[in-house]
Write a protein that binds this ligand. Structure first.
Ligand SMILES: [Zn+2]
Length: 295
C-alpha cells in the first residue's frame, strides 16, 4: 500500500492506493493558503494517519504530487504562486520524519502524467502526454515509461508556451501564454466572469453568445495542442481537467486547427483521447511517483 498526497492551491487530498493504482481510501480538505505552511502540513498528516488506520494497512512509502515548481531530487519546493510562504520548504523530509517511510515528490502535472501513463489512457503508448485543462493548464510528457525532465530535474511548463503575444500578461512573465488564453479561468474572464462550466451548459442549450465563446476556446485549445504535436508528435495526448468534461463542444475546432497547423508532422498518428483516471488521477499519480522512483 502506498500513501498518496496531492497538494494544490484549492485543496489538499490524501489517499491510500494499491499497486494497481486503485484508490482504496481518501480524504480531502480545502487548502486555505492564507493559514500558512505549518497548519496545512498538520492537517495533511492528520488525514493521512486517519485513513491509514481506517484501512488497517501499513504504508510502504508515500508519493507526493505538488503544484508549482518542486525539486524532485531534494524534495524542496520552489516559489509556488498558489501557496505563499511554502517556498524553500522540504516536503519530503517532513513526510519522512512524520511517517518513517521513503517519500518521493513530483510536480502535480508530472505525477498525473505518470498515473495516466501507467494505468490510464497512456497504458500502451511509447510516447504520451497528459494535458489537464481546468483553472490552469498543466501537462507532462512520458517517453518509454520515463518522465521527460528539464535541466536540474525541472518540470517544463508546457501550459505556458506563448500562443498570442498580444494576449494578457501571465504570472509566468509571458504575454498570451496558453494558460492565460485557454484555461477555464481565461474562458470565464472573456465572458465577463461566467464560469467555464456555465458557458458550456449554455452552449449545449444552443445560446449564440456561448457558442461563440466555445468556438474561441476551441481555437485556443487547438493552437496549443497543435504546437505540442508539432514539437513532440506523441502517440497519445490524454486530455483531462474540468474544461475537457465538455470536450465534444470544442472537438471540431480542435481537430481542424490541428489539421491546418501541423503540416510537417504525421499529426494523424497522435491520438487525442480523454484521460481515463478521472477524479482519481491526482492520487493515483502521486502513488505512481513512489512506485516509479522507489523501484
Ligand atoms: Zn503563463
Amino acid at each position: 500500500m502506498i500513501g498518496a498526497v496531492d497538494i494544490g492551491g484549492t485543496k489538499f487530498a490524501v489517499g491510500v492506493v494499491n499497486e494497481s493504482g486503485e484508490v482504496l481510501a481518501r480524504a480531502e480538505t480545502p487548502s486555505h493558503p492564507e493559514l500558512g505552511l505549518q497548519p496545512g502540513l498538520a492537517r495533511m498528516f492528520e488525514m493521512l494517519h486517519a485513513i491509514q488506520e481506517e484501512t488497517g494497512q501499513r504504508l510502504q512509502g508515500i508519493g507526493i504530487g505538488c503544484t508549482g515548481p518542486v525539486d524532485p531530487y531534494t524534495g524542496q519546493l520552489g516559489l509556488i504562486e498558489f501557496l505563499p510562504g511554502w517556498e524553500w520548504f522540504n516536503l519530503v523530509d517532513a513526510f519522512e520524519q512524520e511517517f518513517q517511510v521513503p517519500v518521493f515528490i513530483e510536480n502535480d502535472a508530472d505525477a498525473a502524467t505518470l498515473g495516466e501513463a501507467a494505468w490510464g489512457a497512456g497504458k500502451n503508448a511509447e510516447r504520451m502526454m497528459y494535458v489537464t485543462i481546468s483553472t490552469g493548464i498543466g501537462a507532462g510528457l512520458v517517453i518509454h515509461g520515463q518522465l521527460y525532465r528539464g535541466a536540474g530535474g525541472s518540470h517544463p511548463e508546457y501550459g505556458h508556451h506563448v500562443i498570442d503575444f498580444s494576449g494578457p500578461k501571465c504570472f509566468c512573465g509571458a504575454y498570451g501564454c496558453w494558460e492565460s488564453l485557454a484555461s477555464g479561468t481565461a474562458m470565464a474572464k472573456r465572458s465577463g466572469g461566467i464560469s467555464a462550466y456555465e458557458i458550456c451548459l449554455a452552449a449545449q442549450r444552443g445560446e449564440a453568445w456561448a457558442l461563440s465563446a466555445v468556438e474561441q476556446e476551441g481555437l485556443y485549445l487547438g493552437i496549443g495542442l497543435a504546437n505540442l504535436i508539432t514539437l513532440f508528435v506523441p502517440d497519445v495526448i490524454a486530455l483531462g481537467g474540468g474544461v475537457m468534461q465538455s470536450r465534444t463542444l470544442f472537438w471540431d475546432k480542435i481537430t481542424t486547427t490541428i489539421q491546418n497547423s501541423c503540416g510537417l508532422v504525421p499529426f494523424e498518428r497522435t491520438l487525442l483521447v480523454p484521460a481515463l483516471l478521472g477524479k482519481d488521477v491526482a492520487l493515483a499519480g502521486a502513488a505512481r511517483v513512489f512506485i516509479q522512483r522507489y523501484g
